[in-house]
Design a protein around this ligand. Structure first.
Ligand SMILES: Cc1ncc(COP(=O)(O)O)c(C=O)c1O
Length: 437
């Protein structure tokens, strides 16, 4: 651990001294995760979604256990989409009753693990079903394990609704659109609620999960989807009067964008939902939930990289190749997202205040899409440090080993200014496969 304290910084500014210290202490490329910035984002969400709201952190945004643990310490549960993420949540100290097991496709082994844990008296808070086939397999496993009998608990399930809305975001993130693969239609769900899979004590239908999309630039689809989910919950209660007491939950998903001028904040989404429900003559269910990822960690993370070479550019004044690229941070290559890039003024050789040049910022991977785009940067030389901002979400958890590249370091910057590398437990191949746990 490197000892602090480092001077405080504004949330929207690259913490130059900390980035330089992380690079000097641990090498590059490295992610720096600023826990005070995570706390600030969490506090805003907690203020917007207080009271009855359950708050779950979507680990997919950044699955480093120390971050999940930090949020869990503030009362956040975990939303996981695989037994691998579940393992990370456990490593973070999150007990199963604070874990929601979700995800678009679950293997028999993964469903079986959820059942085994429930049979051992440790059921997850809920498991979200994506299809009737998944429900049938889970019901069979739960019956074989005797869930809901002889003192063994039932396993709570939600059904994931495709809300068929028009999410205001880039098409790749518009998972609440009808054409997407995510979730079932309300017709499918009502049919599922009437068939045998969800009958009996082994599985207990608790409600509906819905997620509109990520990085939403407007609040309307969030409100529309919320109305559809509450209508569906009412229809499920009417269809299953004996279970009406249990049908109390709607998980409204995540999707809140990072703070930026003109972008809606978490409280705008809450208010839009309240207005939409009011107009539709509906109310929040007794147990509403959110499961954001990006908002909690996106602005809190920087990827610090070293310049490998800099030379005159063809289209611009300068072309630099960094020691970080799409293997460390895939979003610009995958989605053409633009992230702020700045020189770390406290790094070796970097001159604060020098003139800025139109610079093509490139990665070291053998792909022409391996680019961070054009940015205004000072003249750079080999060894200078560059920071890519808003990299805390869908960055470190989305790395690949292409070109033989090892995972980047992940450094935690704690509130007291100290830094240490984050650790994660190893995953086995079986956790992602259909055959073995
Ligand atoms: C079902 C579900 N919930 C929550 C999230 C988290 O979204 P975000 O990181 O935009 O808050 C996602 C992201 O893909 C998701 O698919």
């Amino acid at each position: 651990m490197l000892a602090g304290p480092l001077s405080p910084h504004r949330e929207d500014q690259a913490p130059g001294p900390a980035l330089a210290a992380a690079a000097a202490g641990f090498g590059t490329p490295a992610y720096l995760m600023d826990l005070p910035a995570v706390a600030a984002a969490a506090a805003r969400l907690e203020a917007a979604f207080g009271g009855p709201w359950l708050r779950l952190y979507s680990l997919k945004a950044n699955d480093l256990p120390a971050i999940t643990s930090f949020l869990h310490g503030r009362g956040w549960g975990a939303s996981v989409v695989s037994t691998g993420e579940w393992r990370y949540a456990r490593a973070a100290g999150v007990a199963n009753d604070s874990v929601a097991f979700e995800g678009i496709g679950k293997s028999d082994a993964q469903l079986g693990f959820a059942v085994t844990e429930a049979a051992a008296g440790r059921p997850v808070r809920w498991l979200a079903l994506e299809s009737g086939q998944e429900a049938a397999v889970l019901a069979g496993l739960a019956a074989a394990a005797g869930l809901g009998r002889d003192g063994r608990p039932s396993l709570d399930v939600l059904v994931r609704l495709n809300p068929e809305v028009a999410p205001e975001t880039r098409p790749e993130f518009a998972v609440g659109a009808r054409a997407s693969k995510f979730g079932m239609s309300d017709r499918e769900i009502l049919a599922l609620a009437g068939d045998g899979a969800l009958a009996g004590p082994r599985l207990r239908l608790r409600g509906v999960q819905v997620h509109v999309g990520s990085d939403l630039t407007d609040v309307r689809a969030f409100g529309d989807a919320g109305v559809r989910a509450t209508r569906l919950l009412a229809a499920l209660r009417a269809a299953r009067p004996a279970d009406a007491g249990w049908l109390d939950t709607i998980d409204f998903g995540g999707g809140f964008p990072l703070p930026a001028p003109g972008m809606p904040g978490p409280e705008d989404f809450r208010d839009a939902l309240a207005r939409a429900l009011d107009r539709a003559g509906r109310a929040l269910p007794p147990r509403p939930a959110i499961e954001p990822g990006r908002y909690l960690v996106g602005a809190a993370g920087w990827l610090v990289a070293s310049v490998l070479h800099a030379r005159p550019g063809t289209g611009g004044a300068q072309l630099v190749v960094l020691d970080a690229g799409m293997t460390e941070f895939i979003r610009p290559a995958l989605y053409r997202t633009r992230h702020p890039v700045s020189a770390v003024a406290d790094g070796p050789g970097n001159q604060a205040g020098s003139r800025l040049l139109d610079t093509a910022v490139e990665g070291p991977v053998c792909e022409s899409t391996d680019s961070f785009g054009r940015h205004l940067l000072p003249p750079l030389r080999r060894g200078d440090l560059v920071a890519i901002g808003q990299a805390g979400a869908y960055g470190a958890s989305f790395t690949s080993r292409y070109n033989g590249r090892p995972p980047p370091r992940e450094i935690l910057l704690w509130p007291d200014g100290s830094m240490e590398p984050g650790e994660r437990p190893p995953l086995t191949t079986g956790q992602a496969s259909t055959s073995r746990e």
